[in-house]
Design a protein around this ligand. Structure first.
Ligand code: 5RP
Length: 233
């Protein structure tokens, strides 16, 4: 098995993020390796008596929470969360983010919007000088509209590729939709808010993986320790 060189960075950052949780909080649980590491660390605190309720951003995360014995709730019961802890695919110097590498962007954005604070856990490779450096933007799209969305995204400068699974079938999100990974040139990526709004204006686009409005606290694992960017908790 290939050793993951960022594993120790992610675990250290996730553990620090889990330490930001206080007794009685309602927590959003993100999707992916960093979010699951944070849940692992939180579960240790819960076994020692910390009381939290969580809302998962995906079926996979709900399954992980159940395996750890973390109690869950939902947005009907708790429409406002204290904190969401999630991972990211890219973070720029202004703490704008690309998410959705795990195709959970829709529920991730819903929970980030419903949370008083967003904590993002990353390893050092996720820090980029500008969004789009290492990957395209995930965009969740209604399956019926994939063709028209692809054409209309091209009109605003985006090259869209439908995400496929290992068998070559379209990836289907937990919401029953498809994901387009959409690449833009550096000029178009310079204003994430403007680009997000332009994409969301296309009928059939459900949500984009550009997170530009959340003022997150970013917890970065590095080889020399954990760095916290943005507002402290
Ligand atoms: C899922 C996400 C993940 O948070 C993102 O892909 C990072 O995952 P990982 O922590 O495994 O690198 O946005 O939709």
């Amino acid at each position: 098995m290939t050793k993951d060189p960022t594993l120790h960075q992610r675990i250290a950052a996730a553990s620090q993020a889990a330490g930001m949780v206080r007794d009685g909080m309602v927590i959003g649980y993100g999707t992916g390796r960093a979010a699951m590491s944070a849940m692992d660390a939180l579960a240790t605190r819960v076994r020692s008596g910390l009381r939290v309720l969580g809302i998962p951003t995906s079926v996979a995360t709900a399954t992980h929470a159940a395996s750890l014995g973390l109690p869950l709730t939902d947005l009907e019961t708790h429409p406002v969360l204290d904190l969401t802890i999630d991972g990211a695919d890219e973070v720029d110097p202004a703490r704008n983010i690309i998410k959705g590498g795990g195709a959970a962007l829709f529920r991730e954005k819903v929970l980030a919007s419903a949370s008083r604070r967003l904590v993002i856990v990353i390893d050092a490779t996720k820090r980029v000088p500008r969004l789009g450096t290492t990957r395209a933007i995930p965009v969740e799209v209604l399956p019926f509209a994939v063709g028209s969305c692809t054409r209309l995204l091209a009109e605003i400068g985006g090259a869209a590729v439908r995400r496929l699974d290992l068998a070559g079938a379209p990836v289907v999100t937990d919401n029953g939709n498809h994901v387009l990974d959409v690449a833009f040139d550096a000029h178009r990526m310079a204003d994430p808010r403007d680009l997000d709004e332009a994409m969301r204006a296309i009928p059939g686009v459900i949500i984009t993986g550009l997170f530009w409005s959340f003022d997150p606290t970013v917890v970065v694992g590095t080889d020399t320790g954990v760095e916290v960017l943005g507002p402290p908790l």
